[in-house]
Write a protein that binds this ligand. Structure first.
Ligand code: GAP
Length: 443
């Protein structure tokens, strides 16, 4: 973990937030390379969840959430962690994360601490106009259910996907970007006929596990576990976690829950014509019937929902951890390399002129960069340092799959050198071939 944290800062992936003022625990900023890596991961998720299917629609809803949404969802009452005070050191801890140096006799009894961030909306701050920063993106999907069924032609089974920020006032944020107070989630709410939910749950566990493998996480570093009764969230009938061997231990990367009709049911104004199975607070505030009509029987039903919910930041940490290696080369030198899958690499190619101050070489490199950039594959840079060895080392360390070196042969014979990050092999290529090679490489 220390090596990863150091690399992330040195090369511009991830910084501590507000560092110049001492930082705030549990908040991080993604730098020039971090934002590319994170965007590429989100793009890959969106592509597999929305573009490659016909039964999923996208959503980007507001983060500030009406207090009633989180009242009827059960979060006001139950979204808590047990908090314990140590009377000796004066610090507060989550009950399962008390450090060894605090003695049992100094600890208070645990009490419930709500993890939601509450904030005032509008100019009057008398406590009556509050909203929450959403603790999960999911609730906004549920409350938009009718908007989406009314404006699309989806029928069961179908899903709504959303990627966005979520906020939790974690008592003890820890392990770099693993447990933070502001993070991103990639969530799908997949609505199904009651009775088909258990089969769909199994299907989504399989799909999601394969997706993580496709992002470069080896199957033997993943563990699929069933969450037991007491550990289930208040809305879940069954949850399966995809766990990953993080640098600090094996922990949850993604959770796949069977939320039954709990959420749609909770946000629905039931006028007695709906069978809602979930145990909910009687809703006297909502105006909506979050249900769908069965085209055959004409009966209104509240669908069950299967929810694969993945953390973007935990995904970034897992991917960095898998990609990172230190190698000793045949000449005894060491190199650090991030072997990202090409589609996740922050920089897709670096074009390197052999000499920094040679106008013709630099101009040719810029032309190649501009041409590759227009292909829409991702970021391409000109690395104008004049030191090829150093540039290769840097791009190994930030995971750039391809370096393209422009030298005097390029000017005379139209030939560049292509260097592969993983094999370190160098091959000559005619400049006219680069675009096809590049597109083909990232297909
Ligand atoms: N909508 C369901 C839900 O929010 P969750 O298991 O509480 O379920 C889903 O969260 C995912 O969000 C987790 O698997 C994890 O990847 C990520 N996550 C949750 N809390 C987090 C935190 N404090 N910091 C970073 N990621 C977090």
């Amino acid at each position: 973990m220390e090596d990863l944290v150091a690399l992330c800062k040195r090369r511009g992936f991830i910084f501590q937030s507000s560092e110049i003022y001492g930082g705030i625990q549990g908040l991080y900023d993604y730098g020039p390379l971090g934002v590319e890596l994170k965007n590429n991961l989100k793009k890959s998720w969106w592509s597999s969840m929305v573009y490659e299917r016909d039964d999923v629609e996208g959503l980007d809803a507001s983060i500030l959430t009406h207090s009633d949404v989180l009242k009827y969802s059960g979060h006001e009452d139950t979204f808590t962690d047990p908090l314990v005070d140590c009377k000796s050191c004066g610090l507060r801890f989550r009950q399962d994360q008390i450090p060894d140096y605090c003695k049992d006799e100094d600890l208070t009894e645990p009490r419930d601490f709500n993890l939601m961030f509450k904030t005032n909306v509008g100019p009057i701050d008398d406590g009556s106009n509050y909203a929450y920063l959403r603790p999960e993106t999911a609730q906004q999907i549920f409350i938009n259910f009718k908007n989406i069924t009314d404006s699309t032609s989806q029928t069961l089974p179908f899903g709504i996907a959303q990627i966005g920020k979520a906020f939790r006032n974690e008592i003890t944020p820890r392990n770099f970007i693993f447990r933070v107070r502001e993070f991103e989630q990639m969530e799908l709410e997949f609505f199904v006929q009651p009775g088909t939910d258990e089969d769909w749950h199994k299907t989504w566990v399989k799909e999601r596990t394969q997706w993580w493998i496709d992002q470069g996480i080896p199957e033997n570093k993943l563990k699929i576990i069933n969450i037991d009764g007491d550990d289930l969230s208040h809305y879940s009938k069954a949850t399966v976690d995809i766990m990953y061997m993080f640098p600090h231990g094996i922990e949850e990367l993604e959770g796949i829950a069977n939320r039954t009709d709990f959420d749609l049911g909770s946000h629905t104004k039931n006028q007695g014509d709906l069978d809602i199975t979930a145990d909910i607070i009687k809703n006297d505030s909502s105006t909506a019937k979050l249900a769908i009509q069965d085209l055959d029987t004409k009966k209104w039903i509240v669908p069950y929902v299967i929810e694969p919910s993945a953390g973007v930041d935990r995904g970034v940490l897992a991917i960095l951890n898998e990609a990172y290696s230190e190698e000793t080369l045949s000449d005894g030198k060491k190199r650090i390399v991030l072997s990202f899958k090409p589609h996740l690499a922050p920089i897709k190619a670096a074009v390197i002129p052999l000499k920094k101050n040679n106008t013709e070489l630099v101009s040719m490199a810029k032309n190649i960069k501009n041409n590759l950039q227009t292909l829409g594959v991702g970021r391409v840079v000109v690395e104008n340092t004049g030191n090829i060895g150093k540039s290769y080392r840097k791009h190994d360390e930030i995971g750039t799959p391809i370096c393209i070196t422009v030298d005097f042969d390029s000017l005379e014979k139209n030939i560049v050198t292509i260097r592969n990050r993983d094999t370190m092999e160098q091959t000559k290529m005619n400049i006219d071939m680069i675009e096809d090679f590049f597109v083909d490489y990232y297909k």
